[in-house]
Design a protein around this ligand. Structure first.
Ligand code: ADP
Ligand code: MG
Length: 240
């Protein structure tokens, strides 16, 4: 079954427009089409500036495309009449996860925020159990929940961001260069963690990277993004 269907997506940034200068338009995505089947990992590979994060933001609902469509589990997410509703079954992990954690909040409270869309259906006790289980799953000691982001290493913070995004059982996890701010050893730890979480939680992944080797480890299929144009390369999974 198709989880995500993106068709003919185009996106432009408008910049400038100060003191008599005309607005400058920069088209960042041109006619991007791909789909992600349930339970699979689709990789988007491309150099810096090719439009990867823009594509991620459009799918996550953080940005409006100019044209094209985004369908999730058969339902049209874009275009829609009126404002786009948040889709909690799509979650995103950013490159700089430390920036997405509130420095004044304890780690446990930050993770708990991930449950917000489901606060009426998942009780406090179940939330606590699930958080404890996720921590042990990703190799973080429980006591970390009482700490603040500034007291964690980059790799620990990135694991926290991953737990937070998994807290509420998303169907699609968008990972935008999730390891590129980490050292090589931590990168490979996070990568194998993603492989096992992908299998265990049956969460589909949209894995965005400029690193071919990691995409080959994780992905079933890979699309190459070049200056806003996506070409799809079928891949076999050589390392799994
Ligand atoms: P990538 O993630 O592949 O590095 P991005 O999607 O971040 O690429 O950026 C694609 C292009 O869009 C780049 O040229 C970048 O400078 C430009 N861009 C990104 N964000 C903005 C923005 N908020 N306003 C204007 N231009 C932007
Ligand atoms: Mg980017």
């Amino acid at each position: 079954m198709l989880l995500l269907e993106v068709e003919n997506l185009a996106c432009t940034y408008t910049t400038g427009g100060t003191l008599g200068h005309n607005n400058a338009q920069r088209q960042v995505l041109r006619d991007v089409t791909f789909s992600v089947s349930e339970g699979t990992c689709f990789g988007i590979l491309g150099p810096s500036g090719s439009g990867k994060s823009t594509l991620a933001r459009c799918v996550a609902g953080l940005m409006k495309p100019d044209s094209g469509s985004i369908r999730f589990l058969g339902t049209m997410l874009w275009p829609v009449a009126g404002a786009r509703k948040p889709e909690p079954r799509i979650q995103m992990v950013f490159q700089a996860s430390s920036l997405s954690l509130d420095p004044r909040m304890r780690i446990g409270d930050s993770i708990e925020e991930g449950f917000f869309p489901f606060r009426h259906s998942v009780g406090p006790r179940e939330r606590k159990e699930r958080i404890t289980r996720l921590c042990s799953e990703v190799g973080l000691p429980d006591e970390i929940l009482r700490r603040y982001p500034g007291e964690l290493s980059g790799g620990q913070r990135q694991r926290v961001a991953i737990i937070r995004s998994l807290a509420a059982h998303p169907r699609l996890l968008i990972l935008d260069e999730p390891t590129s701010s980490l050292d090589p050893v931590t990168q490979s730890i996070i990568l194998s963690l993603l492989v096992s979480l992908h299998k265990e939680f049956r969460v589909s992944l949209l894995y965005i990277t400029h690193d071919v080797a990691s995409a080959e480890v994780l992905c079933d299929r890979i699309g190459i993004l070049d200056d806003g144009i996506l070409s799809i390369e079928e891949t076999v999974r050589p390392h799994r």
